[in-house]
Design a protein around this ligand. Sequence first.
Ligand code: ATP
Length: 354
Amino acid sequence: MAEIRIQNLQKRFADFTAVKNSSLLLEDGKFVVLLGPSGCGKTTTLRMVAGLEFPTDGQILLDGEDVTYRRPRERDIAMVFQLFALYPHMGVRDNLEFPLRNERLPRVEIDRRIKEVAGILRIEHLLGSRVGGLAGGDRQRVALGRAIVRQPKAFLMDEPLGTLDAEFRELMCVELRKLHEKLKTTTVFVTHDQNEAMALADHIVVMNQGEILQADDPQGIYNFPSCVFVARFIGRPPMNLLKVNGAVSAGMKRVALDGQSVDVPMIEAAAGSALLGVRPEHVHLGAPGSGLDAQVQHVEYFGSHWIAELTSSAGSLKAVVDKSMKPKAGDAVGLGFDTQRVVLFDATTERLLP
Ligand code: ATP
């Protein structure tokens, strides 16, 4: 078990800064997901934690010990790569044994660990098979087994499910989470897929352009995005952002969307431009004149609900509409909001207002 602390970490490649002054505490036993678009510095961060890359500046502490410039095998951390990283010419058992033989463990201990890991991953029946002939999911299980069998202090996983098809990915997500519940080994998992992040993480770290924008549990990230980027990146459809063109009056906790009032908790914003963030499931369609005037532009049917695209004087937005309703393009509606569930962003800095 391990606590990993990243302090003011920075990585430059020539004159390009891939990771900018990042600090983060990865708590012991937690499943932490680094999430962000391609090129945001997730893999570089993970590689520095693994010891495959040295930072330009900053420190990495493993259980309080500075490991910043230690080589990978001196860190007792296991890396699970996307491309399975198994020896295809060897059998499953040999692949699992390999890391243990390097550690010169006694035979009885090797056999005990392989039996245990094969049981956990339900691959006992594959122990005699060749890796080359295995289906993708089985290979992935064996790859996980190879990481687990070492009983490392932490697992680092770089898009390990990236090559699997959608259905299998979901299945492996559930398996990984269950595995984590059993082993409780500190895990750092890199992905650009928010569904994977939501399904797996105790904590999500959202990155963009080499910076950590928010580190929180999935509910915190979803309900209180730290900035407009996170609000747009998380959630499908993403959070609506509406222009607040009336004054924001702190004491009243009430904002105006082109003349219509909306109650907003927790606001202490100076008068002026702000953006109101509201998730599509917290927008409600009512009769025209009952709230913010809007018009339905387009509807999509999802079986359990509709998604309506709307235009209003505060901007365009989307709403999740109950399946019992039948909104249609051209309808004039009045929009209401779950006022406890809206947030405000500063329109200039794009940061969440306190
Ligand atoms: P992806 O999901 O596409 O791998 P990522 O978030 O993991 O994205 P990184 O692989 O960490 O991003 O890369 C961050 C940036 O650093 C990218 O712009 C990449 O081109 C650059 N980069 C990474 N490694 C090197 C390197 N060895 N030399 C130069 N630039 C690099």
